[in-house]
Design a protein. Sequence first.
Length: 191
Amino acid sequence: MAAAYCQQLHQTYGFIFRVVRPRRTRLGDFRVLPTGQTQITVNADLNPWSFLITYVHEVAHAHVHRYRRRRTAPHGPAWQQAFQQLMQPLLTETIFPVAMLEPLRQYLQKPAATTYAHPALMMALRAHEQQSLSGATATRVLLRDVREGTTFIIGKKKFVRGTLRRTRVVCKELASGKSYAVLAHAWVETI
């Protein structure tokens, strides 16, 4: 059902769709190409539910682009309304696990620019990722589950976990000594 709905959205809005290699700064994007054609990209490494949410998020941008002639805020009221409407047919137990539906519905009441902005939804999505981890990635854990003072790796850099501040953890990079606020639900590699 979800695949058919996504295909229908693709036909309705007529954008170029590409699944791309993972990017650190975004899960997907929408852009208008110099030719005037629109393009949506989604990262290839997302779990099926994150992929679906990201896809519809970007289609909502296509919707706003098509029906709004004046410039609007990228994640303003017009986009929020479009995203809510486009997600509505997908909010069923046949598409999303029951544990994801309530946080997803809460997030959709006032959707933000990223699902990372809604900790309950991110934890529901991450919980399903964690269940599917293989033995090869067994050292991969959520930063929130790493004990304070423990060394871990993000990318190729080593950090020491600091204190939790709401949704982010203050972490100190070992090589530079600089402190960073890292999302508590970010995947990290334990050492």
